[in-house]
Every structure is written in C-alpha cells, then in structure tokens.
Design a protein around this ligand. Structure first.
Ligand SMILES: *Cc1c(COP(=O)(O)O)cnc(C)c1O
Length: 402
C-alpha cells in the first residue's frame, strides 16, 4: 500500500497512453517548420491549453519547466533579478519547501533581505504579521499554498489582495494543492504560481510556472528562445503532453476525489487519535488538504515506525522526502513550536484516490501495534510512566497511561 503520494505519484494509464506516441512516432522538434515538427508544436499547444484551463489562466501565461523546483527558482530569482533596482526585500514563511527556502538563502548571499514569517501551532501564518513585515523595499511575497509535510493551507486569496494593493509581486508554490483543492489564479490573486506534474499522476521532470500577463521575469536558462525566451531549451514534448493530460484529468475529477479522500482522511484522523494513546495531529484539523495527514506519537522515532510499517506493506514517510537523508528535526514541524524530541516521532500519510481500496481499521491497528512495540523499547516512554509518583508495575494496574 503506497501512502506517500506527496512525495510522488504513479503515472496514470491514461496519461501514459497520451505520451507514448511522442517518443517514437512523433519525435519532431516543435521549433521546426515541417510536418513532424508541426505535430509536436500542436501537442505543446494542446497541453498548454489544458494546463491553463485547470488553473483558470490563459495559455500564453504558462511557461513549461522541468518541475516544481525549477518553477520556484524561476519565479523567485526571476522577480528578484528583475526588480532588484526597486528593492531587495522578500517576504516568505518558515515552512516553505526547500526549492523556495534554499533559493531565498542563495539570494540572501547576494544581499537580498528575507523576512521569514512564523506560523502558529496550526501551521498557518498571520496576515496581520505579513502586513507589518511589508516595507518600501519589498518586491516579492512568496508563500506556499499547501504545505508538503503538514497539508495545511495558507490564506492565499487574502495575502494576494494585500500584495496587489501594495503593488508587490506575489508567488505561490501550488505543487501540493493543485489537483487536491481548487487552484484558480484569478481567485487567488497571484502573479506567479508553481506546478509540478509528478505530484498529480503525471511524469517526473516536468512542471509549469504561471506568469500573469504583464509580469516580467529574468530567465534562468538562456538559449534558443523557447517558451517566449523565458525558458530556453528544446521542450520535453512527451513529458509536457503527459502533464497536460494529467491536468485535464485532475481538474475533471477534483470534486469527486475531494469527497473520497477527505472522508478517508477524517476516518483516519479519528481512529488514530481515539485508539492510539498520546497521538497527535500536526497542523490544523480543518484547514488542510483532503489527502494529507501528519501525526506524531510520543516517545518514538519516526524512522523506526516507517520501517515497521514497511515490513507490514505500508509505505509512508516521516516528513518530506527531501529531508529524509538528513537526521535533522524537520524545520516545518519545529516551526509549529514543538519540542524537537516530539518532532522525531512523526508520520506523514498522503493518500491517492485509489486509496479507498485500503482498510483504515487494519492500517490504524498496524500503526498502534508498531507504536506500542517501539514504546516498550523506548527509554523516553518508560521513564515517563512515572505519573504522580506512581510507577507502572508492569502489570499496568496502577499506570494511568497503560
Ligand atoms: C515536490 C514539491 C516541489 C518540487 O517539485 P519537483 O517537481 O519535484 O521539482 C516543490 N514544492 C512543493 C510544495 C513540493 O511538494
């Protein structure tokens, strides 16, 4: 059972079928004028229309990239370099994806100033604090739509309104929210918005940046002038075709998937919190994606839990796939104000629409057993059995926790 759909998703049959002809039969370069090139060009045009339609944009506002990370880089560096004469201040949050966070870190080394807004224990920023952070030097606000570790959703519409009033460019990373909740660039009041194909059952290595008409960015990749000169390089035609199809399907099935996923999510949250002692939900209960939950269990190591669940056939993660090769506490969970010790006992479960095939009761029982096993071995847990001076006597009679 694959439960890590926030890390990546399976390419859907329909998407794969749509891509297939563009490897061997229709291999033309879209920039050429003869028949086979024109076919590729047509395919790009259709894909661009599909992506645009899915987010209520116009086709010429879509720039294809190599994925979410490149889109974030293009938006942030592109605006920073374009507007650096106007000011060098950027506002963001302290829970951004590394593609945003590390891009901003790079800009700081070039003398840009970055304000990192804190989030509350629910994982949401304060719009008041955002307003206060704005200065005459502020050229860009970049705040993610939904967080990839927590699933919590920021008030993008409201932030967009403020940015627009002040004449500040506003970028949002919508990689996790797209395909899960409505992403409408007009309603959200954004100037730039990042998308990635492989999080919505499309192929890896392709994505898009929405750039509102009239917004100018400096390109990252110079060359033959593809994508209106904003992103040179021969287009990844099969990838873009697959991405276009994935966008179309995601938009068509949005409501159906929302209902299905959110009901499994709610069942999962209820069962975990009521049956596993000292278990908690990380981030807001209400303001969250339908497919993503993040729990923490006291006195265990998330990595050990992942391995025990894997042995039972459930593949989930502790947090973001991007930080699983470092042993640092997740900066996103730490930003919620949690004790670093508690942060280590976290489990992220991200569902796919196919997940209705799995048995929530059985899964939660498996988590409960694994957590119990790990706690038996946990010095942290055992030392905490001492409640009001009453030690657990192993028969557990006097122990409140047992
Ligand atoms: C996955 C992800 C990215 C990176 O997208 P890639 O296509 O893998 O480069 C960026 N932002 C968020 C929120 C993500 O979840």
């Amino acid at each position: 059972m694959y439960l890590d759909n926030s890390a990546t998703t399976q390419v859907s049959e329909e998407v794969f079928k749509e891509m297939e002809p563009y490897f061997i039969e229709e291999y033309g370069n879209p920039s050429t004028l003869y028949g086979i090139g024109r076919e590729s060009k047509k395919a790009l045009t259709l894909a661009r229309e599909r992506v645009a339609k899915a987010i209520n944009a116009k086709p010429d506002e879509i720039i294809f990239t190599s994925g979410g990370s490149e889109s974030d880089n293009l938006a942030i560096k592109g605006i920073a370099f374009k507007l650096s004469k106007k000011g060098k201040h950027i506002i963001t949050t302290n829970i951004e994806h590394p593609a945003v966070k590390n891009t901003l870190g790079f800009l700081e080394s070039l003398d840009f100033k970055v304000t990192y807004l804190p989030v509350n224990e629910e994982g949401i920023i304060s719009v008041e604090e955002l307003k206060e952070a704005i200065t005459d030097e502020t050229i860009l606000i970049t705040i993610m739509h939904a967080n990839n570790e927590l699933g919590t959703i920021q008030p993008i519409e409201e932030i967009g309104k403020i940015a627009r009033e002040k004449g500040i460019k506003f970028h949002t990373d919508a990689v996790q929210s797209f395909g899960k909740i409505e992403v409408d660039v007009e309603k959200l009041n954004v100037d730039l918005l990042s998308l990635s194909s492989h999080k919505i059952n499309g192929p890896k290595g392709v994505g898009a940046l929405y750039i509102k008409k009239g917004t100018r960015v400096v390109p990252l990749i110079h060359g033959g002038g593809q994508e209106k000169g904003i992103r040179s390089g021969t287009e990844n035609v099969p990838g873009i075709v697959g991405f276009g199809k994935a966008c179309e399907l995601a938009a068509e099935r949005l409501d159906e998937h929302y209902e299905k996923l959110s009901s499994i999510r709610d069942e999962l949250i209820d069962k975990v919190l009521t049956t596993i002692p000292e278990s908690y939900l990380n981030g807001s209960r209400e303001t969250r994606l339908p497919n993503l939950v993040n729990f923490r269990f006291k006195a265990i190591e998330g990595e050990s839990l992942i391995l025990l669940l894997d042995a039972k056939g459930y593949q989930a993660s502790t947090g973001s796939a991007c930080s699983s090769n470092t042993l640092e506490a997740s900066p996103v969970l730490t930003a919620l104000g949690l004790d670093p010790v508690d942060v280590h006992g976290s489990l992220r479960i991200s569902l796919a629409p196919e997940s209705d095939a799995f048995d929530v009761d059985e899964f939660v029982d498996t988590i409960g057993e694994a957590v119990g096993r790990l706690r038996q071995m946990s010095p942290l847990w055992n030392q905490e059995l001492d409640y009001d001076g009453v030690m657990c006597k192993k028969d557990h009679d006097d122990c409140r926790r047992c």
